[in-house]
Design a protein. Sequence first.
Length: 170
Amino acid sequence: MDPRAFYKISYGLYVVSSSYNGRLSGQIANTVFQVSSEPPMIAACLNKKNFTHEIVKSSKVFAVSVLEAETPLTFIGRFGFRSSRDFDKFEGVDYEIGVTGAPVVIQHATAIFEAKVVKECDVGTHTLFIGEVVRAELRRDAEVLTYADYHRIKKGKTPKTATVYFDKQS
């Protein structure tokens, strides 16, 4: 199997966030997509090892911030390469508490969504959380950051917990 083929599937780059018992959590994700128009539903695929996975599983809500193309690599790194277990990713970041109680990152967001989890699908290393959208808002009409641009232009790395990570040894 050639893992490079998987990099040809188109992805965006998002902040998926949630809260539970006063703990805020957020992470970078590349696998978020719309799954239904009536009712409007989106899905977010999160690694079971990530703290955000634990928080979404407990709270049954999540928010998604669609990142703009101009998002700095340092901002992506803040949400993508540290754990909310031991680092406050939201300190100094422009966000609001949404209608679901989840933190919604508005800094560098072209659009935001909030959803209530209606189904969870175990997909191996990850869980696919399917949520009914309770809020959708266009924040600014800007180009979105794709996962391809993150690698090609920003020279970003793929963390081991990403859906598209393949161990170079396998």
